[in-house]
Design a protein around this ligand. Structure first.
Ligand SMILES: Nc1ccn([C@@H]2O[C@H](COP(=O)(O)OP(=O)(O)OP(=O)(O)O)[C@@H](O)[C@H]2O)c(=O)n1
Ligand SMILES: C[C@](O)(CO)[C@H](O)COP(=O)(O)O
Length: 243
C-alpha cells in the first residue's frame, strides 16, 4: 500500500536513440533479451515499483515497439517524440507531463531504456533516500578501477585520483518542476548535459549519490547484451516483463 502523503512519481524513459556504438540492425532498446525487448525489462523494473504512477517514453519516429501499447505491468504508458540528444528526449517527456498529466509537486524518475538489469531493491533504496532530498538523487557506483587520462598519442598522461569518483547510473530522481527548469536552462545556455544530475548541478543543486550496484549496466556496445543476459539468468530469469 503506498503512502497517500507521498509525492506522485512518474517514470521518464528516454528510448529514442539510434544505438551507433551497438552497431546493430535496429536500435539497441529493441534488441531481444531473454525473448523480450531490452526496453521492456527496463520499463517493467520501474513500473513494478508501487510508488511509480506510470511512464512517459520518448521514442524515435521510426519506432515499431509502441504498436498502440497503453499499459505495461498494469501501469499507464504515454509516448512522446524524442529529440536530437538524450536531454532533448527527456525534456519532451517532462513538457508532456506538465502539460497533460502531472501535478506541481510530482517527482520524476528518469531511467535509460537500455538499463534492463535495474533491481527492485536498488530502485526502492533510491526512492527511500531520494524522495526526501529536495535536490534529487541518483544511483551511482564508486569507481573501482584505476583511471588514466589518455593523450592524443595513445599514451598515459596521468592517473586520475579515484577516491571520490562515482559512475553515475539511472534512475535519477528529481522534483518535476526543478528538473524541467534546469534542463530548459541548460539547453538555452548551450550546455550539453549527459545526465539529469548535471543539469541540476548546473542550476546549483547537490543531488544525493545513492549507491547502486554494477549489474545495473547500460547496454552500449555489443558485449553488453550477453552480459545483461547472464545477469538476468543468474537472477533466475528475473521476472519476465508482462505485456
Ligand atoms: N536523442 C536521444 C539519444 C538517446 N536516447 C536514449 O538515452 C538512453 C541512453 O543513451 P545511449 O546509451 O547513448 O543510447 P544511444 O544514443 O542510442 O547510443 P549511441 O550514443 O551509441 O548512438 C537510451 O535509452 C537512448 O535510447 C534518447 O532517448 N534520445
Ligand atoms: C545517463 C547516463 O546513463 C548516466 O551514466 C549516461 O550519461 C548516458 O550516456 P549516453 O552517452 O547518453 O549513453
Amino acid at each position: 500500500m503506498t503512502d497517500p502523503a507521498a509525492p506522485r512519481v512518474w517514470a521518464v524513459v528516454p528510448a529514442a536513440g539510434v544505438g551507433r556504438r551497438m552497431a546493430a540492425p535496429v536500435p539497441k532498446q529493441y534488441l531481444p533479451l531473454l525473448e523480450h525487448p531490452v526496453m521492456d525489462w527496463s520499463l517493467h523494473a520501474l513500473l513494478m515499483e508501487p510508488r511509480v504512477a506510470g511512464a512517459v517514453v520518448a521514442l524515435g519516429d521510426d519506432d515499431n515497439w509502441w504498436r498502440g501499447r497503453e499499459a505495461l505491468a498494469g501501469k499507464a504508458l504515454y509516448r512522446v517524440r524524442g529529440g536530437r540528444e538524450r536531454a532533448d528526449s527527456v525534456l519532451a517527456c517532462l513538457r508532456f507531463l506538465v502539460a497533460e498529466l502531472a501535478g506541481h509537486d510530482d517527482w520524476v524518475l528518469v531511467h535509460d531504456a537500455v538499463r534492463p538489469c535495474l533491481t527492485p531493491s536498488a530502485l526502492a533504496r533510491l526512492l527511500d533516500l531520494g524522495l526526501g532530498h529536495a535536490d534529487g538523487a541518483l544511483l551511482a557506483v564508486p569507481v573501482r578501477d584505476t583511471l588514466k587520462q589518455g593523450g592524443r598519442d595513445g599514451t598515459v598522461r596521468h592517473t586520475t585520483p579515484r577516491d571520490a569518483l562515482w559512475q553515475a547510473q539511472t534512475p535519477q530522481l528529481f522534483p518535476l518542476g526543478a528538473l524541467l527548469n534546469a534542463l530548459r536552462d541548460a539547453h538555452d545556455q548551450g550546455v550539453l548535459v549527459t545526465d539529469e544530475a548535471q543539469a541540476m548541478e548546473h542550476a546549483g543543486y547537490a543531488p544525493l549519490l545513492v549507491e547502486g550496484d554494477s549489474t545495473n549496466l547500460k547496454i552500449t556496445r555489443p558485449g553488453d547484451l550477453p552480459l545483461a543476459e547472464s545477469i538476468l539468468r543468474a537472477r533466475g530469469g528475473s521476472r519476465a516483463p508482462e505485456e
